[in-house]
Design a protein around this ligand. Structure first.
Ligand code: GTP
Length: 622
């Protein structure tokens, strides 16, 4: 059980006071007892001396036989209760037993007669009111009267003793009275002190209780509780400072909250704990900023999407999700990832969204599609998923005013609240990702454009420079060969000269289409120079490659090109070389294909020549 501050202080003070009273009582008792004994000792010693003098005088005067009445008179002295003389053995020997009362009565008498030392004692215990003194009379030849004149005893021997009893009752009464007064005064002082202290502690205790209450509330994020300022002393100052601290925290937190709301464009999550909520949201924003830094340094949009996946999975713990991207034509949706797996098959939406991107409601409207309450809001959400109790939240990523991609969270009933709470922060991530994704895709298409030939749409020589290593590595990895076909239009100059460059251009475009139409999707058609084209056939040996080249040659020969208002026929010549059987270096094989092309030209054109080592007569090394 926790003792309150006030109770503890009052208990401590009460204990101190009790001990003080006890000490005062005991000290008073001890000192009064000591004083009583001293006073009674002095009194009885004086009385004993008087009796001795009186007895000596009686002996000298010959009235010793009247000593009985002398002792009775002495016993009448105020404060003395009894005076009794005891005759010692030597005196008894000399003068007989004496009076009956002069015999020894108790051990104290014997002890005094034997030792010659006086005994002073309180009779009957510590608080007794009766004091007894048994004082010996010692034979001495010194002083006024020589005892040895009358007593036939040796010097220093014990003649007898006198036992006196005196009442110390009046002293005890006085002592008890004093103690009562002292204790009473101390008790009164204690009570007054306790009351005063209680009054003094009251504001401190009340303020402390209120602060404790306010701190308790503050721990739950509620800083609205204020403490009443009851005085102008330090306690009042504590209350005042506490209030201004709470005020400051509330204001600053509200300010932070306001700024955070501005940043995430929504009210931050609020579970009632202002501090914890704000801290959570701020740390969420810090992560958003770190995310932004990371994606800016990423190279491709794929890496950015990968990071979005990681955030959704690890930061927000939504494992079922999809990411879709609107393609360049703005007509289709590409699946970027499903459940964090890149380019996985569609799982949560119908196929129609990939064929027509406006089938996706998020793409069509550019708004967040909240399928957490009504899963029928988007018809493209998979029926199967709906029947399996799945919900969804689709967040569009807006780029240049249009939807660039869509992040879809697929949820179970237990995740709905969590998803709605997380939505503003996820949207913050997406807002940061949007311009970066746009920049990456612009960069990619820019880069793509530098690798393509603008007129024919074919890859260009620059692409070949970048891609040749990949092609070679693929061949090595798969253990296959690839065929390079270098081809050139025959007498193309004539076309330009006769029909003009525009006709020449259109013939080149037509030729590019013929070439593309006669190779596989995986083959590469490159505009290598003006009217020179290179076809790369991966995983193809030179025999098959030769057949492809021949097929193309034939197709061109049979094709009629539009030259202004007339149709004309054109032919091509081609040289075929094979990597790696003709050469170990890509550019060497390319040169061999070129050499073969020129051999075809030399042989009369409109033909395909397969490279043979005899064709290579140059000393030039690669
Ligand atoms: N219209 C047009 N002509 C081009 C283009 N690139 C190159 N040429 C022309 O193609 C012609 C090539 O001529 P030549 O190298 O003499 O070859 P050719 O006339 O085809 O004769 P052979 O190759 O020997 O059969 C030149 O007149 C170039 O100007 C282009 O993009 N458009």
């Amino acid at each position: 059980m926790m003792l309150k501050l006030q109770t503890k202080t009052l208990l401590a003070l009460a204990s101190v006071m009790l001990v003080l009273i006890l000490v005062i009582t005991l000290a008073s008792l001890a000192s009064f007892r000591d004083f009583s004994i001293r006073a009674a000792t002095e009194q009885t010693r004086t009385a004993a001396e008087m009796i001795r003098v009186a007895l000596t005088e009686s002996m000298l005067n010959g009235t010793i036989h009247e000593r009985d009445s002398l002792l009775n008179r002495i016993a009448q002295i105020d404060g003395l209760d009894e005076a009794r003389v005891i005759r010692g053995p030597l005196v008894q020997q000399q003068f007989g037993d004496g009076l009956t009362i002069e015999g020894t009565t108790d051990t104290t008498d014997y002890q005094v007669l034997n030792t010659g030392k006086a005994i002073y004692t309180l009779m009957g215990g510590y608080l007794s009111a009766e004091f007894r003194a048994t004082v010996p009379y010692i034979a001495s030849s010194q002083g006024d009267v020589n005892c040895l004149n009358c007593h036939a005893v040796p010097e220093g021997s014990v003649l007898g003793a006198v036992t006196l009893t005196a009442s110390v009752k009046h002293m005890r009464t006085a002592a008890l009275l004093t103690i009562v007064v002292l204790v009473g005064a101390t008790a009164l002082f204690s009570v007054i002190s306790l009351l005063f202290l209680r009054r003094l502690l009251q504001p401190l205790v009340t303020t402390a209780n209120e602060i404790e209450q306010a701190v308790r509330q503050a721990k739950t994020g509620d800083f609205s509780v204020r403490v009443e300022q009851r005085s102008n002393d330090e306690i009042g100052a504590i209350a005042r400072h506490f209030n201004s601290l709470s005020e400051g925290i509330t204001t600053k937190l509200s300010e932070i909250r306001h700024n955070v709301a501005h940043l995430i464009q929504s009210q931050p999550m609020a579970n009632g704990d202002l501090l914890a909520d704000t801290a959570n949201t701020v740390s969420g924003l810090v992560k958003v900023s770190q995310f932004k830094q990371a994606i800016e340094e990423d190279e491709t949009s794929e890496e950015v999407y990968q990071r979005i996946c990681e955030v959704i999975q690890h930061e927000f713990n939504f494992t079922s999700n999809s990411i879709y991207e609107v393609d360049e034509t703005k007509k289709q949706l590409n699946v970027i990832s499903v459940n964090n797996i890149a380019q996985a098959p569609l799982e949560w939406c119908n196929r129609d969204i990939t064929e027509k991107c406006t089938a996706c409601r998020a793409v069509r409207t550019g708004h967040c599609i909240n399928g957490t309450e009504n899963t029928l809001i988007c018809r493209s959400f998979s029926n199967e998923a709906r029947q399996n109790g799945k919900f969804y939240l689709c967040l569009p990523v807006i780029q240049s005013g249009g939807v660039g991609s869509v992040i879809q969270l697929v949820l179970e009933a237990k995740d709905l609240k969590r998803a709605m709470d997380a939505k503003p922060l996820i949207e913050s991530y997406l807002r940061e990702a949007a311009p970066v994704l746009q920049a990456k895709s612009l960069m990619a298409s820019l880069r793509e454009s530098t690798l393509n030939d603008a007129m024919t749409g074919l890859r260009n020589r620059r692409f070949l420079e970048e891609y040749s290593d990949t092609l070679v590595n693929q061949c090595k990895r798969r253990g296959t060969s690839m065929t390079l076909i270098m081809m050139d239009l025959d007498y193309f100059k004539k076309v330009n000269d006769t029909y003009g460059h525009d006709v020449g251009d259109s013939i080149l475009i037509d030729l590019a289409n013929i070439l593309k139409a006669h190779v596989r999707e995986s083959d590469l058609v490159i505009r290598y120079g003006g009217e020179e084209f290179l076809i790369i056939l991966p995983d193809t040996n030179s025999e098959d490659g030769f057949l492809v080249a021949e097929k193309i040659r034939k197709a061109v020969e049979e094709h009629q090109f539009q030259a202004g208002s007339v149709l004309i026929n054109k032919t091509i010549s081609a040289g075929v070389a094979d990597y790696p059987s003709d050469g170990q270096a890509f550019w060497q094989v390319l040169k061999y294909a070129d050499v073969s092309l020129y051999a075809a030209k030399d042989a009369g054109r409109n033909q395909v020549v397969r490279f043979t080592p005899e064709l290579w007569i140059s000393e030039e090394k690669y």
